[in-house]
Design a protein around this ligand. Structure first.
Ligand SMILES: [Zn+2]
Ligand SMILES: [Zn+2]
Length: 348
């Protein structure tokens, strides 16, 4: 197998050739056809996430170098371990990468994405910047039928993240307005998921009028430019207050806006990783009965649900740019520089 590996944090990936791994036990060997390049790959490559101020969260733990990143993987089954069942060699598949220990409470509840001892593919165990990858169990292989190749791979991270964030809003009534903050790739998917799943009107905020126009085209019931000084007043006037804000930015300014417009009993779902902080008097949480919910990727069940939604034509495809696998390093750099529209998907 031939992989693009991280040898040292922050340095260019290197091509490494080695023997194909042989699947053991329930493991499945997948021949990779596509692997998306995600913003979190950039953070993993740098070795940290920016937090508030100049604080950084170290993300170099639970991973050995050299390491193969890549967690938006599509391919076909190449070989089965002796105990692998439920799938046959040659079947096309997507790989659910958010794998837990399988033993803790979170895993037991089906929230492997909340496990404290993750075996995430492409983050803790070898991932998709390669032509082959080992998957621990066939239950993590999902059916990509009905979705264009390459695009389907991106639903394992960006699509799933958007879907799960909106699921965290829970049940809504017709009079429960929901506000999407930030209309990058993930936010635009979130908007469409909200329109598909929720009963109340869906509003959107961004700094870029072109993105706001795109949101209107995708069915937003109203849009607001966050550059307008009194945007919270405009939101209040149009909506009477928001039941749930889903924040795909996660900046200080967006948090401030969210906590200003949320109604009593409302929810603030935080999914964006821009970085920053907020403070609120503790008594305001009970007095306004506000919940703040952090949303991290999604569950295996939600991954199946978002694929179903995409198959049903409820999510407009994001632009995909295919590049050869040996451009993995360059693609990380381009993503860091903001030089990519849509998603780069690498092909071995
Ligand atoms: Zn990702
Ligand atoms: Zn676990």
């Amino acid at each position: 197998m031939k992989s693009e590996k991280m040898i040292a944090y922050g340095e260019a990936l290197q091509t490494v050739e080695e023997e194909n791994p042989v699947p053991q036990g329930t493991e499945v060997l997948v021949r990779i056809s596509h692997c998306g390049v995600c913003h979190s790959d950039v953070h993993v490559h740098e070795g940290y996430f920016a937090l508030a101020g100049d604080q950084k969260l170290d993300v170099t733990g639970n991973r050995e170098l050299p390491f193969t990143m890549g967690h938006e993987i599509q391919g076909e089954v190449a070989a089965l371990g002796p105990d692998a069942t439920g799938i046959t060699v040659g079947e096309k598949c997507l790989i659910f990468p958010w794998i837990g220990c399988g033993k803790c409470g979170a895993c037991e509840r089906g929230y492997e994405n909340h496990c404290e001892d993750t075996r995430n593919i492409g983050l803790n165990i070898a991932g998709g910047f390669s032509d082959y990858v080992i998957v621990p169990h066939a239950r993590y292989l999902l059916d990509p039928a009905g979705i264009p190749d390459g695009l389907a791979a991106t639903y394992m991270c960006s699509g799933l993240t958007a879907y799960s964030a909106v699921k965290n809003v829970g049940k809504t009534g017709k009079g429960d307005p929901v506000l999407i903050l930030g209309l990058g790739g993930v936010g635009l998917i979130g908007l469409q998921v909200a329109k598909a799943l929720l009963d109340g009107p869906v509003y959107a905020v961004d700094l870029d009028n072109r993105k706001l126009a795109a949101a209107t085209e995708m069915g937003a019931d109203g849009v607001f430019n966050s550059g307008d000084g009194d945007v919270h007043k405009a939101i209040f006037k149009a909506t009477g207050g928001i039941y749930s804000v889903v924040d795909f930015v996660g900046s200080e300014a967006m948090a401030k806006l969210a906590l200003r417009v949320i109604r009593r009993g409302g929810k603030y779902v935080l999914v964006g990783l821009f970085g920053g902080g907020f403070s609120m008097p503790t008594a305001m949480f009970p007095l306004r009965a506000i919940s703040v919910i952090g949303s991290l990727t999604g569950t295996l069940e939600e991954a199946k649900e978002v694929l179903e939604l995409a198959r049903g034509g409820k999510i407009a495809p994001i632009p995909i740019e295919e590049r050869p696998m040996d451009q993995a390093s360059q693609s990380l750099q381009d993503l860091r520089d903001g030089a990519i529209v849509g998603r780069v998907v690498l092909t071995p």
